[in-house]
Design a protein around this ligand. Structure first.
Ligand SMILES: *Cc1c(COP(=O)(O)O)cnc(C)c1O
Ligand code: SF4
Length: 345
């Protein structure tokens, strides 16, 4: 029988994804950073160097650790009131319901936290829920991990029920890669578990249109048909999606499947990921090229998660420059216009 996922170098060699003579050099990579690739993604790979292969296959470049790279690049641990919970902004928390994912992305910002087997221990979950219940400012709970959709529908339904019992929790947001990397997990039972009260949003992590296979399309249709608002987040990745045409195709594909692009993340300073990083200037140029050329509903906000745990901020490009007693405004074709706030009556 075919294995459900590939998680050892030897699996990758057997599947023909890694040449046998490359395996020894990859052993230290596998030791440092977990490997996992689903059959759905394995099947979607068209060549050893394509956009999917580069995201999931280990590379010796990961052994290059740069001095600026961090164990906890976005400072999750700094703002953690209970294990598994991060409370950085007043109105919302991140709850890592599990540390496991269906795939391990080579650029993951939590690559040193993901991978431990299993769900958050029950005592930690109970402590996290008690903290949320005791903090009325929290109106939104963001379930991440790891990937929360690796949990069974039964477990997720139980968690949703416990969250629904907290009156000030209005929204539960799932951050997940599952509809794309393991679409078979999106069953009617899973959809039922997700759409239980309170209001559910789902943010899909996807980086290239090649990931949106027919099976992924069907999974997204099921979620959208159930009335779950779908958003996306992508990471700007060198050699994978760092050009306007590739991102335009991704965002158009997402819109067609009822997913609204939400965030484009500048690649975080996770250890061993420098080969994926671009510059902010390059990211801004791509975003500027998309403006006007792509429907406004297809343009995500380009954000940086400031290292050290200071949160996410939009990083441009900028269209407004103060000038004299007004502003100089750049239009989508790069032409300049002056604008002044009219006198307030
Ligand atoms: C990213 C993140 C959020 C969610 O931010 P949004 O801008 O609302 O998407 C919330 N809390 C933490 C700790 C985060 O890192
Ligand atoms: S699915 Fe998300 S959390 Fe899991 S390895 Fe990929 S980026 Fe990291």
């Amino acid at each position: 029988m075919k294995k459900r996922s590939l998680s050892q170098i030897s699996d990758l060699v057997a599947a023909g994804l890694v040449p046998a003579d490359a395996a020894p050099a990859l052993a230290p990579v596998a030791e440092a950073f977990r490997i996992r690739l689903t059959n759905a993604m394995h099947t979607a790979i068209t060549g050893p160097d394509d956009a999917i292969a580069r995201q999931f296959l280990p590379n010796t470049a990961e052994l290059t650790i740069r001095p600026e790279e961090l164990h906890d690049p976005i400072g999750d641990a700094t703002y953690s009131p209970t294990p598994g919970l991060t409370h950085r902004y007043p109105d919302r928390v991140i709850l890592a319901a599990t540390h496991t994912c269906e795939v391990y992305c080579r650029f993951c910002f939590r690559r040193e936290a993901v991978g431990e087997e299993g769900a958050l221990p029950d005592a930690d979950l109970t402590a996290a829920l008690a903290y949320i219940a005791a903090t009325p400012a929290i109106t939104e709970v963001i379930l991440t991990g790891g990937d929360p959709l690796v949990l069974s529908p039964r477990r997720l339904a139980a968690l949703m029920q416990r969250l629904a019992a907290i009156p000030h929790v209005e929204i539960v947001r799932f951050h997940t890669r599952v509809p794309v990397v393991a679409p078979a997990r999106i069953t009617a039972e899973m959809v039922r578990a997700l759409r239980a009260r309170p209001t559910t949003y789902l943010v899909l992590h996807t980086n290239h249109a090649q990931e949106i296979t027919p099976a992924a399309q069907a999974a997204l249709a099921q979620l959208a048909d159930a009335g779950i608002p779908l958003l996306s987040q992508s990471v700007l990745l060198r050699g994978i999606n760092d050009d306007a045409a590739t991102l335009e195709t991704l965002f158009r594909t997402l819109l067609r499947h009822r997913v609204t692009p939400y965030y484009l993340h500048h690649c975080d300073l996770a250890r061993g990921t420098s080969h994926f990083r671009t510059t902010i200037a390059a990211g801004q140029a791509i975003m500027a090229a998309l403006r006007g050329r792509l429907s406004g509903i297809g343009i995500p906000t380009y954000v940086l998660d400031i290292p050290g745990g200071f949160g996410k901020v939009p990083i441009g490009p900028g269209y407004v420059q103060p000038s004299g007693d007004g502003y100089q405004i750049t239009d989508w074709q790069g032409r300049l216009h002056s604008y002044r706030d009219p006198e307030t009556p």
